[in-house]
Design a protein around this ligand. Sequence first.
Ligand code: B3K
Ligand code: ZN
Length: 885
Amino acid sequence: MLREGQNTVVLRADYQPPAYWIDSVDLTFDLDPQKTRVLNKMKLRRNAQVPAQPLRLDGEDLNLARVLVNGQGTSFKMENGKLVLENLPEGDAPFDLEIFTTCAPAKNTTLSGLYTSNDSFFTQCEAEGFRRITYFLDRPDVMATYTVTLRADKQKYPVMLSNGNLVAEGDLEDGRHFAKWEDPFKKPSYLFALVAGQLVAREQRITSRAGKEHLLQVYVRPGDLDKTEHAMNSLIKSVAWDEARFGLSLDLDRFMIVATSDFNMGAMENKGLNIFNTKYVLASQATATDMDFMNIESVVGHEYFHNWTGNRITCRDWFQLSLKEGLTVFRDQDFSMDLAGEASARAVKRIEDVRVLRTAQFPEDAGPMSHPVRPDQYLEINNFYTVTVYEKGAEVVRMQQTLVGRDGFRKGMDLYFQRHDGQAVTCDDFAQAIADANPGSQLAQNLDQFKRWYSQSGTPRVKAVGEWDAASGLYKLTLTQSCPATPGQPTKQPFVIPIAFGLVTRDGSELTSGMHVLTQESETLTFPGLQSEPVPSLLRGFSAPVILECNYTDEQLLTLLAHDSDPFNRWEAGQRLGLNRALAFLREPGLTRNDVRLDNAFLSAMQAVLRHPQLDAAFKDLVLTLPSETYIAEQLDVVDPQQIHAVREGMRDQLAVALRDDWEWAYEQNKDTGAYVPESKTAGQRSLAGLALMNLCIAARKQGDAVWPGKALQRFKDASNMTDRFNALSALVVSGHELAQQALDRFHAIFKHEALVIDKWFALQAGAPDRNGNILPIVKQLMQHPDFNVRNPNRARSLLFSYCAANPGAFHRADAAGYVFWSDRVIEIDGMNPQLAARLARALDRWKKLAEPQRSAAREAIARVAAKPDLSNDVREVVSRALED
Ligand code: B3K
Ligand code: ZN
């Protein structure tokens, strides 16, 4: 017998339409932190397409008080936590079902369903949180209209919000009041939301292109209002962009965003009432970095864009999650690119997105949690809000656009809405619409094969081999694709891979360019009539989410770095140069950080980029940043994280010292950006100045000079914005200078009342380079800090995830203490917040690649978690998959 809420594996192949439809829901809440009463009045009817059967309603952690059918008491039973009604009226006529339950929001530490945070009420229903509020058919293909009445103490909860429009409000007895909301649109239960508490709003009225008026509101706690301007501006831009780019207008009179500091993820697209993590709403130049400002813009955009891609057209079942998430990430990426402006800033955004894909999604796709963009099974759906579903899913949408062109893609989107507005559909429906709107396109011609991107997991590899025949002037390029076995998928069929390419001469001029769509396992392209052997520039703009293997010589890479007309591949060439060196150092047994010696060719290439008169600061910053430890690790079969850390640090030391004068020049050139404006050009300069300062402090440490650390401390003190201040602080912490502690203390003192800044303070210390195992004791000590609170996800992430998931050199200790610490935290957090615990559990996904003794120690730590009785489905799924052969 299963306990309540405990699932068995759910299979995509088992999908059945619901046996009943719920057409309307009328909810009344008496809000009380200890005991909230929920009266749920629904109109249901049988789904005539499905054989007659009992009604099985989902529910979790509810106290059931009453069930009435058409106003009469009825028999019911509980089965595996589900409420089962067998004696329902015969026939197809609609009937009323009334359910009265209570729940305890203040005790709800899962942050799913209805919970309290800082004395306010919030909900989170995606994916399956609505069943923690009332009994329901909690699945996305059951769409209903909602009327919601909220009642609560007026003083404690002056603001009461739900989806849609406010239709009535007023006072009740005993100091209570009510608000009644109606959402005109049918929606699945995961988009339901309510908020109640002491909140204030920034408001803005806008008129859409279509001439309609809308009220936009951003709700925060009193005191935070001055940090909402950027979020509001981002929302206004999002509304305008979706109208301009896709002809999609805001369909509600009122659109609200509410911020909460206790939230499991970034934000949630509830219809008309988006709920956000404060991290993606609150920003001022004093408290937020350029990166924070950028993230706010893209998350506000993302949630807003869901109003069409997700809310108006939703998912038939959770296996189709990428239908809304991949598409909406694609849309938010495109939005941010359009706002970034000119070509170079667009390329920077593309590089940043690809960096995320390669350092997070590629490892996921090569590890035990590997799954297709449209997964085939899950134990806990919350575990599948992954970089694969989101970021790889976005790449799959991007490739469809590439195959039909930008205008063709717009036509496809139009057809998608024409066909499916108001429906719950599948990834197949989406791809079909894009293809049908573009008959004859490469997508339409290869649609079935293209859709393998949805069904096959694993990162495809494309091997490119060039052959040059000097006598005939013929260049042949053979492209061969393969895809490694992944869990449950031993063999793969070829993908449709769009490969944007160019051929470049050795002195950098472009001979030709184009797009080749690779569909066979192996294909050879021929280019006759060339004067000399060209350098191939392949996968321009990262035209497909694959690993490109090409045995470039250093000389070829230097040509591409210096001349490629495609900025992405220019950056990529620099990364390959760095990566090849890191891999060579790693092959040298016993090499230490101080033995690392970079060659002049590499150093002068980096110097040339740094000093380049035309290149943008943001682009220079990306080129001058070495491939991450995680990315380097992915290239190896056996990983020694500490050795990778030593090699990368050694390379960084060398770059710092050898280019010291150039760093100084770059710092001076970029350090002053005038009055703070969070936009790409000056943000790029701040970021390059920050990198330069870091390198100058590293060089100073190597050379025993105190000038630059002193300057960094001064900049830290004088900075007028958080970006410069935090970069200066990081330079001291990362270079390990003794002034760091003083600066950290001061930073804490200045910002002790700014939770999001204190998160940065924790994260910086937990993510700092390890020196003789010093980070774990620091992390343990910080857990005792009065500001640490493991129940707050942002704080837990800032300390624990920064250490376990983002600091490999410090975490993968030979004495296994990092892993023991990890297992203790996973178990501890699982007791209160399974979703958060499962995310932390993923930190050891790649344990099988570790060298000994880490490999055995990691396995033991995972087994220790797995052996724990009463684990959540969330953590159980992650650790048991990790232990599978
Ligand atoms: N759709 C939400 C994520 C919900 C996560 C549930 N565990 C945010 C987003 O992708 O926009
Ligand atoms: Zn989303």
